[in-house]
Write a protein that binds this ligand. Structure first.
Ligand code: ATP
Ligand code: MG
Length: 335
């Protein structure tokens, strides 16, 4: 038996001349909640599609619970439950009927399906909606039903492609809770993709950051954040014409090289960050620099992402509002 739930080696995928995956290696242990984090086009869905045998890799190997996907695809696929990027729920069927239909697609017998339905509805907190048509469900309820549907055949691994994209923060939190319960109570290994930093941070034990078809960093959320050093991040946002001056001030007052991204300039400061912040603000006031806000915060996954890729995930994915951990932000008035 393999110690890994998912073992992917040197996965490459070309579409014509375009290299969507450039040698992705992932070893996911049993019982992990593993996140593939990356912006649009990073290669998350391509990786997942290959794992699900929906697509052949150009090269590389895939093992699922020790089973070689190329040699025994059906056996490997049977170990995986899938929740696709688009919710797939039949509106004219009830919650119960939706689960039943899905169980039949897996050729399960009716008795086994019956045994699972109440359990899965309870897990999704949808018990009282068993006989209600799914067309009447809210977006969050549909997504929860869709999520537990992937567990009907008792898979060892659940793979979810962007499980909370498009949901509001309350519904997103309920999906997070549901995923943690599935993992903890059922011992199911979870592999999920996400564009949300705070989701990866809150839910996943381990994360691979993907960009342009490569894994650029891998580790627990705290390992990744610690890779930024022990300092705090000072960040100033402003309109375009002030950014160069702000970069100069940040460099002069902190002695560190700032990073410019969009309308923000940031720098990591290890020694006395609060004092450095004071110096930066004083210098900006003195130079009559127009800025929108200044903030100081502990490193987030976004800072890690920015450092590694030179671009920010915060710009490509709308934030769920969870990034304000110990962040102090000062807004400049009167603009
Ligand atoms: N069938 C295909 N033919 C050609 N190019 C493709 C195909 N599928 C994906 N690509 C390209 O491969 C790259 C990776 O796509 P992929 O769907 O894996 O990204 P992703 O990380 O899932 O992004 P998103 O967050 O937008 O879902 C993209 O540049 C995409 O345009
Ligand atoms: Mg995708």
């Amino acid at each position: 038996m393999s110690e890994y739930a998912i073992d992917v080696e040197h996965l490459a995928k070309k579409f014509g001349d375009f290299e969507a995956l450039k040698g992705v290696t992932l070893r996911i242990s049993k019982g992990e909640i593993f996140g593939l984090l990356g912006p649009n086009g990073a290669g998350k869905s391509t990786t997942i599609n290959i794992l699900l045998n929906l697509m052949d890799p150009t090269s590389g190997r895939v093992f699922v619970e020790g089973v070689d996907m190329t040699k025994e695809p059906n056996k490997a696929k049977g170990k995986i439950g899938l929740v696709t990027q688009e919710t797939i729920i039949e509106p004219e069927l009830t919650a119960e009927q939706n689960l039943r239909l899905f169980g039949r697609l897996y050729h399960m017998d009716e008795k086994d399906i019956d045994k699972k339905i109440d359990f899965l509805l309870a897990l999704a907190q949808l018990t009282e909606f068993k006989k209600v048509y799914a067309g009447n469900f809210s977006g969050g309820m549909k997504r929860r039903l869709d999520t537990v549907k992937g567990l009907i055949h008792d898979p060892e691994i659940l793979i979810l492609d962007e499980p909370t994209t498009g949901l509001d923060i309350q519904n997103r939190l309920r999906i997070w809770e549901l995923l943690k319960r599935i993992n903890k109570e059922r011992g199911v290994t979870i592999l999920m993709t996400t564009q949300y930093l705070e989701e990866a941070d809150a839910v996943c034990n381990r994360i691979a950051i993907m960009d342009h078809g490569k894994v650029v960093a891998m580790g627990t959320p705290s390992q990744l954040k610690q890779s930024m050093g022990r300092g705090s991040i000072i960040e100033v946002s402003a309109e375009k014409d002030a950014l160069a001056t702000i970069e100069r001030i940040l460099k002069k007052e902190t002695g560190r090289e700032p990073t410019l991204q969009g309308s923000r300039v940031s720098v990591s400061v290890e020694k006395d960050p609060a004092k450095a912040l004071g110096r930066v603000i004083t210098a900006m006031e003195k130079g009559r620099v127009k800025f929108d806000s200044v903030s100081i915060h502990e490193p987030t996954l976004d800072d890690v992402f920015l450092k590694l890729t030179g671009s920010s995930l915060r710009d490509s994915a709308e934030s769920g509002g969870g990034e304000s951990n110990r962040m102090m932000r000062i807004f400049r008035g009167g603009r």
